[in-house]
Ligand binder design. Structure first.
Ligand code: DGT
Ligand code: CA
Ligand code: CA
Ligand code: ZN
Length: 590
């Protein structure tokens, strides 16, 4: 069972409660929908979390749903869910995948027409609509009947209701498919395409390219994928299937000699391709996924390109990294051979937003691993430094003196660690300090003065307006020890919108006072986002990419922050934790 399967099950429970009594079960409905959201976006498989007894780490999953999940993973079913589902025909849940069908509408139609078969229910409803039998029903009518036909037609073309996938999730689905494709002897080369290759923060559907001289064999192998839900279409060079609760995978096949043009064409973005085509036309050339032709010479010679480098070179352009292909000036720079050298994962030299299990008695969640364990992991990643940023000691549970005592002890502890590791890796003593609604930091100056520096962030009162929030954040950042604003917009992808800030003011402030903005690599945060990173880079504001890890495995999520940085055109010199230790230590003391 994948996370998406489980998430769908939880959505079905919420739907069943809606059908039963929306008012009576309103809290359950919210809880189940929230848990489903969490699972849909979690980069770690539920089964893994369960094995490591970490189901408690899933945000938004309370104890009762957690107990049900444990039962599910142990026995394969949940008694409580079966009771909830017992009075509802299975066909209702099939219909819920179709755009425009909510639980009540699906239930009404299924029971009204006694549609028992989940396999044929979509076709049954279409037939009923075509025969005009839905129009006369109470609460429906002609317009609603026409709408049902349109929605079912869209569904047939592969459109489903599910939200865009978080990047690691799409990456996982694609990885499985790439491995499966490589089992086919006719497959010579494979690569992701589309938004996945451009490393966008969310992915609508997954696109994959294959180089092969025997496309028919490859396409057959593809549609035989054992985990598919259904085939949307199968053609001569392309096919589409649905997997894992309605996620679409498109496959494109070309012979190896045309693989470069195929990659280029379907990596997009659409805007990049449109502009590239205009540029090619101005040179008398016309582009396609097969190659390049002289314009107006339709029967003339088509030149193939086996690699993208050759394709771009034929247009007189530098090869453009996929993350930059959004038509925001990259083609002009490529013409002049002036594309920036983007940051790479291997440039990263440390991670500063790490929550260890050090007993700091925090206001929010603690990490799962000791500082020593996290240091060992940092070494294995090749880092030369790291910083611990547990949440500040809870202010409601401690007096100022107690907080100071805790931080004094921690300071000594970190000093010991530094002695022990004797410059093989450097440990910074940081903290993640809350910026209170009035802009003050959560703990007193004499406690903060014990730190090398502090990360500051907003964890409460998200509803403030732009001016209030800007004032709050800048006041927090103005403390001399406050050096980094963590997850600067507070958004959670698909779950919570960002709060607004006056970015012109924030950038100017950071530049003048040597403050950095974080790119939080946690896949549901990824803020600063790509667009704001680009602006920060233009203005010369320094950035820091951190994983916000609460456990060792999460330290591997750095690559997602690096993707955001690349999409924002960041170079190594824009990123503080890509700098050598001495430069960084200097920056901290500025
Ligand atoms: P997504 O899936 O919404 O996250 O975004 P993309 O960029 O992956 O878009 P998608 O899957 O519709 O198409 C993949 C890329 O292929 C897109 O960036 C532009 C390119 N492309 C070139 N020709 C076509 C075409 O005829 N249809 C579509 N849909 N895409 C095309
Ligand atoms: Ca796509
Ligand atoms: Ca697609
Ligand atoms: Zn944190």
């Amino acid at each position: 069972m994948t996370n998406l399967d489980v998430s769908k099950l939880l959505r079905n429970v919420a739907a069943a409660y809606r059908i039963k009594d929306e008012q009576k079960y309103r809290f359950q409905i919210i809880a189940y929908d929230k848990a489903a959201d969490t699972l849909e976006n979690s980069p770690t498989e539920l089964r893994e979390l369960f094995k490591e007894q970490k189901l408690g780490d899933l945000p938004g999953v309370g104890p009762s749903i957690r107990a049900h999940l444990e039962e599910l993973l142990t026995t394969g079913k949940v008694k409580h869910f079966e009771e909830v589902f017992s009075s509802i025909p299975e066909a209702v849940f099939t219909l819920l995948d179709v755009p425009g069908f909510g639980p009540k509408k699906a239930y009404r139609l299924v029971t009204e027409f006694k549609l028992k078969n989940p396999k044929s229910v979509v076709a049954d409803i279409r037939a009923l609509a075509e025969q005009g039998k839905i129009d006369p029903l109470d609460g429906f009518g002609k317009k609603s009947q026409d709408d049902i036909l349109t929605r079912i037609e869209e569904y047939g073309r592969g459109k489903t209701k599910t939200a865009r996938m978080a990047l690691p999730y799409a990456g996982e689905l694609a990885k499985k498919m790439l491995a499966y494709l490589k089992e086919c002897p006719a497959v010579e080369q494979v690569s992701p395409l589309g938004s996945l290759r451009r490393r966008k923060e969310t992915v609508g559907d997954i696109d994959i390219a294959v180089a092969s001289s025997e496309p028919a064999k490859v396409l057959q192998h593809f549609v035989d994928y054992p985990h598919k839900e259904r085939i949307i279409e199968k053609g001569d060079h392309t096919s589409s299937i649905l997997v894992s609760s309605g996620k679409q995978i498109d496959l494109m096949v070309q012979p190896p000699e045309a693989f470069g043009s195929l990659l280029q064409h379907f990596t997009g973005s659409k805007d990049h391709n449109v502009h590239l085509r205009e540029y090619a036309l101005s040179k008398g050339l016309s582009l396609s996924e097969y190659g390049i032709k002289k314009r107006g010479d339709e029967s003339g010679k088509l030149t193939h390109y086996s690699t993208e480098e050759k394709f771009y070179a034929a247009l007189g352009l530098q090869w453009i990294p996929p993350e930059m292909r959004e038509n925001t000036g990259e083609i002009e720079l490529a013409k002049k051979n002036e594309l920036p050298t983007l940051l790479e994962l291997k440039d990263m030299k440390g991670d500063f937003h790490l929550h260890s299990s050090y007993p700091i008695e925090p206001s929010h969640d603690m990490g799962n691993n000791t500082m020593e364990e996290m240091i060992a992991k940092a070494k294995s990643l090749g880092y030369s430094y790291l910083g611990f940023s547990e949440h500040n000691p809870s202010i409601s549970k401690h007096t100022s003196l107690q907080t100071k005592a805790i931080l004094e002890k921690r300071k000594e502890f970190i000093e010991q660690l530094n002695k022990k590791h004797n410059k093989s890796i450097r440990v910074f003593s940081l903290l993640e300090t809350d910026i209170l609604p009035n802009g003050n930091l959560a703990i007193d100056d004499d406690a903060i003065s014990l730190l090398d520096a502090t990360i500051v962030s907003v964890h409460s009162s998200f509803g403030m307006n732009r001016d209030e929030m800007t004032k709050r954040v800048l006041k927090g950042l103005s403390h001399p020890k406050a050096k980094i604003l963590a997850h600067p917009t507070g958004r959670l992808i698909n779950q919570r919108p960002p709060y607004e800030l006056d970015w012109a003011k924030v950038f100017a402030f950071c530049k003048e006072h040597h403050k950095a903005l974080e790119i939080n690599a946690w896949p549901l945060r990824l803020d600063l986002n790509d667009v704001l990173v680009r602006e920060a880079v233009k203005q010369g504001v320094k950035l820091m990419i951190d994983t916000d890890s609460h456990s060792l495995e999460e330290m591997d999520l750095m690559e997602y922050g690096v993707s955001v940085a690349r999409r924002g055109w960041a170079k190594p010199s824009d990123i503080l934790n890509a700098m050598p230790y001495n430069d960084l230590a200097k920056w901290f003391s500025m």
